[in-house]
Write a protein that binds this ligand. Structure first.
Ligand SMILES: [Zn+2]
Length: 387
């Protein structure tokens, strides 16, 4: 907490990273050069075997080194001076609270994460600013100890309770019925598309995915929502999601059998004008792919203002700045995995032009000894354990 208090979050044109951030920049470099997303490792044959075991395998839930080392919040500021418009001093601030790759991790691992603690932090952050968007980057599914006993459950119940506005579909949201993942016998229907549909029905908020279409028809099934426009205070926030094409090509080809994954940048470029025409003031992209791929997506898009990441379980202490196809800087952020981090973006917007002036990014480590758990999520988890 002390670090947040020591930094003037709203200082105009602040560009030098905070002390902590400087150190973290090297980490980001390391992240960018990584070539093996964590998900690929998870989808190895070894993992398949683990999932088929009858007892929960708590020890298999490893955190990435970046996540394990997190002990205090990291606050950084991202200036977008080129977009500054209007009179100085007039600013509307909306917050974007973000998670990714929760993987059904209900209880803390090594004192970090756990959905009750994630929920506790989210409830705390919601109170900071009533004008917030609560979003998840995908892969809520597929992890012991409990979620794999009955596919994605009880994550929808938890996220409904926390009041998420939107989540992106991660690759794991598509693949539940595969026998290679341990034979999830609760559902006799082997149709992977129906499985995605069941998740959308369990969620009381939209799951977005713009670049997945039916592989046979080339059409987007009617239950797949490409984007939403969410009113946050006076700002219409457009949120569009894309998923990695590893879904169909990399891990287990059968997983993606029913789906064709279109190019993420082309897909976003197709929808963004439509979103703007429908009144979206700012566009938040959620790209469920590794940091390198997501940077590439930003480089080839027009109109994305902020990109939330996921899939490779990294955390961005400093938002990665990537120039889009129009030469504008777009921040890319990611909040670790397994609920070990919750992210918050304070987005300062000129109220007349609705252009973003400045963004402050904070990543909060979710340590069970310092974050107060959410009672309702605790009870959902307790009830679930008995099933
Ligand atoms: Zn993933």
């Amino acid at each position: 907490m002390s670090e947040i208090q020591n930094i003037n979050l709203h200082q105009a044109n602040y560009s030098a990273p905070a002390k902590k951030s400087k150190k973290s920049k090297n980490k980001n470099k390391a992240q960018e050069t990584q070539s093996q997303p964590k998900d690929k490792v998870e989808l190895s044959g070894k993992k398949d075997k683990e999932v088929s075991q009858t007892e929960p395998q708590e020890k298999e839930l490893r955190l990435s080194p970046f996540v394990e080392n997190a002990t205090e919040p990291v606050v950084t500021e991202f200036s977008i001076n080129k977009l500054t418009r209007g009179k100085s001093g007039e600013t509307t601030t909306i917050n974007i609270i973000h998670t990714n790759d929760l993987h059904g991790k209900l209880t803390p691992g090594k004192g970090k994460g756990g959905m009750a603690y994630v929920g506790g932090k989210i409830e705390e952050l919601k109170k900071e600013n009533p004008n917030y968007l609560l979003a998840d980057g995908g892969d809520i599914s597929y992890a012991p100890p409990y979620s794999d006993r009955n596919r994605f459950n009880p994550m929808p119940e938890i996220m409904n309770d926390l009041g998420y506005h939107v989540m992106n579909a991660g690759n794991h949201e598509f693949q539940w019925e595969h026998k290679q993942y341990g034979g999830h016998t609760g559902n006799p229907n082997p149709d992977l598309i129906d499985n995605y549909k069941e998740l959308t029905e369990a969620l009381k908020f939209p799951m977005v995915c713009a670049n997945a279409v039916d592989s046979k028809t080339g059409e987007r099934p009617d239950y797949v929502t490409p984007y939403i426009i969410q009113k946050v205070g006076d700002i219409n926030v457009g949120v569009i999601g894309v998923v990695t094409d590893e879904l169909a090509t990399q891990a287990h080809p059968q997983v993606g059998d029913g789906w064709k994954i279109l190019n993420p940048a082309d897909t976003m470029n197709k929808f963004i004008p439509e979103m703007k025409a429908k009144g979206a003031d700012i566009i938040v992209g959620i790209a469920h792919d590794d940091l390198k791929a997501n940077q590439n997506t930003i480089r080839n898009t027009h109109g994305i203002d902020i990109m939330l990441g996921g899939h490779d379980h990294q955390k961005t202490d400093v938002p990665i700045s990537v120039k889009n196809a129009d030469g504008q800087e777009v921040p890319l952020v990611e909040a670790g995995a397994y609920g070990a981090m919750v992210g918050k973006l304070e987005v300062e917007i000129d109220p007349s032009s609705k252009k973003i002036r400045n963004i402050t990014s904070t990543l909060y480590p979710i340590n069970s000894d310092s974050v107060k758990p959410d009672k309702e999520v605790e009870s959902i988890i307790a009830n679930w354990k008995g099933k």
